[in-house]
Design a protein around this ligand. Structure first.
Ligand code: NDP
Length: 340
């Protein structure tokens, strides 16, 4: 059995989902309540592969909200993730994906040093961040969507916002090794980490977001921002492909400019319907088929019986690992989302 640990994008979103699912005691409550709420299993999932294999899984809602980071409720955020992991493990799950901010909180606050959660001894090898598959799907989205739009990578300027992050650095490595992009712009805040990424890639220009955006044919957004930023569509090149892989979204604007194409990043489509209700809740266009690539990674590891933390730690995703999980992805019937 596989597991998915997820969370909602804001307090408002969480309240409306709780209302829809009939958890009225959660629906009327503010941040304090969500800080103390225990994890909940809210979905039983069945997935079939195009190979004919069938697997089952559980969705664990951690009750973490990005506002906990913005409002300095760090201890609550840490508790949410550890409790959700212990809950998944108690339910006999073989491999569980830490979706969205779960793995970011785990890494940023060194939760690998806390192995005991009440009577549960956490087995970290049963968890994966899902970031190798997410980075792979984003790179395939970039390659395939740019081709569709007639943007030639050999002449294109590509910015990665969140370049020094786990997903961002993997995307940079892939672009460097597997494509002939003309110019790679590296965007993040910490200059030391940017410098060391640039050194390891042997290329890339370090730039601020505002300086970089007007120069780009393609922007990959993978910054861990609790709230999205406003973008002025008029200042961007046309055509421009924007791949927003953030959860919550990095871009707070719905850009409706001719020549600007926004793609939901890090999302894949399955070839067969998945029996679940959870993707209705995060407003996927085709909830039975579309899902976060990190969740798909735990399904792929279950299909392949690879009960190992395939993606773990920070900035260690290699192109070979992305290719390996990419092969499993194709084999079992997943493909990158390409509809604008
Ligand atoms: P990391 O924490 O590893 O990296 C975040 C990156 O964003 C760093 O480079 C960080 O650098 C940068 N960053 C953070 N804030 C800002 C800012 N205000 N301006 C510019 N850069 C910023 O995160 P991950 O790589 O694990 O995740 C990235 C995003 O992808 C998150 O939104 C996450 O929720 C989402 N995600 C999506 C998945 C999917 O399946 N679609 C799966 C997993 C994650 P610095 O701090 O120096 O600025």
């Amino acid at each position: 059995m596989f597991g998915l640990i997820g969370h909602l994008t804001s307090l408002e979103h969480a309240q409306s989902v709780a209302h829809k699912l009939g958890y009225q005691e959660y629906a009327d409550q503010g941040l304090d309540f969500w800080c103390s709420a225990p994890p909940l299993i809210v979905d039983n999932i069945k997935v079939s592969s195009i190979t004919g294999q069938e697997i089952e899984g559980l969705y664990v809602e951690s009750c973490f909200l990005p506002e906990m980071l913005a409002n300095r409720r760090i201890k609550a955020a840490m508790r949410k993730i550890l409790n959700a992991m212990a809950h998944a493990q108690k339910h006999g799950i073989n491999i569980t994906a830490l979706g969205g901010f779960s793995s970011i909180v785990f890494e940023n606050f060194n939760l690998n040093q806390i192995k005991q959660v009440r009577n549960v001894q956490l087995k970290f090898e049963q968890f994966t961040t899902g970031n190798s598959h997410t980075a792979y799907i984003i790179c395939r989205q970039l390659e395939q969507a740019s081709q569709k739009l007639g943007i030639e990578l050999s002449k294109a300027t590509v910015a990665v916002c969140g370049a020094t992050g786990d997903i961002g650095s993997a995307v940079c490595r892939w672009l460097n090794a597997r494509t002939d992009v003309a110019d790679l712009l590296l965007v993040a805040r910490n200059q030391e980490r940017l410098q060391s990424l640039q050194d390891s890639l042997g290329r890339g220009k370090i730039m601020g977001m505002e300086e970089a955006l007007p120069l780009c044919d393609i922007v990959v957004w993978v910054a861990s921002m609790p709230k999205g930023v406003e973008i002025d569509g008029a200042s961007l090149k046309k055509p421009c492909l924007l791949i927003d892989g953030g959860y919550p979204k990095n871009m707070n604007t719905k850009i409706k400019h001719p020549g600007i194409y926004v793609l939901n990043g890090g999302i894949c489509e399955h070839s067969l319907d998945i029996d679940w209700k959870i993707m209705n809740i995060v407003n996927m266009d085709v909830p039975a088929r579309q899902l976060f690539a990190c969740f798909a990674e735990s399904m792929l590891l279950e299909f392949e019986k690879l009960y190992t933390n395939f993606s773990w730690g920070r900035n260690q995703i290699t192109v070979e690992k992305m290719e390996q999980i990419g092969e499993a992805s194709v084999k079992h019937g997943f493909r990158p989302l390409l509809s604008f």
